[in-house]
Design a binder for this molecule. Sequence first.
Ligand SMILES: [Zn+2]
Length: 278
Amino acid sequence: MNEKQGQLSKMIASLSADESLATYQMALDDQRLDLNPLIGQKIQLSFLGAINCQNCNRLIKKSYSGGFCFPCAQKLAQCDLCIMKPETCHYDAGTCREPEWGEQFCMQDHIVYLANSAAVKVGITRHTQVPTRWIDQGATQALPIFRVKTRYQSGLVEVMFKAHVSDRTDWRKMLKGQHDAPIDLAAKRDQLMAECADEIAALQQRFGGGTITPLPNETIVEINYPVQQYPDKVTSLNFDKTPNISGTLQGIKGQYLILDIGVLNIRKFSAYQINLGF
Ligand SMILES: [Zn+2]
């Protein structure tokens, strides 16, 4: 058996141009390992008992905000609540935890999109994170519907649509795979645009021309996942409870490894030191 060891980060996902297939790499320190070829094989993941904060590298017992020590989770802008709820951006109030980080990551073009991840949902992402964000969510289809100038504005547009369409992914359904019937996202977009026409106009007026731009002519991005077999019942695996996880890799979807013994959310265990046997 081959082995690789290091600090886990979220899987690196990309979309192959020819077959629209999500391809994944495991990131251990700065090592990268192609995971798609391991599907169908037995793998072994072992938590080595150490977690290091992804920002300050200190050894921690418990990870916060997906891979940070408690003080870093309290001080980094990327761990602030406004990242999850961009409509609560407080940069203009002068209270951004790290204004320079905010300027770099939040004050740039964002995309508002519709996606099919077991059901239709609305979401937002930095324009540079397309299509990574969609793959991370396990979406099988996605359609950009607005380009806006800041993360804050994307949050306002999302909130407006939330009254009409979910902003959540049911990850258990997403992992069962059988609810992925294609959705006519373009028709859904047109319906939402019509339902929210007055509110969209009000936002455009508030922020000025060219800030909140509808994208009426985008094409739907289709994403296929490397999955041989979806689980009937979704059982979560957890390094804190089960440090040694061994099973056959049946597929990868979103940030989940699908094993014959359960599913493992790799992103949740960012910063954990692990050994991978394959
Ligand atoms: Zn730290």
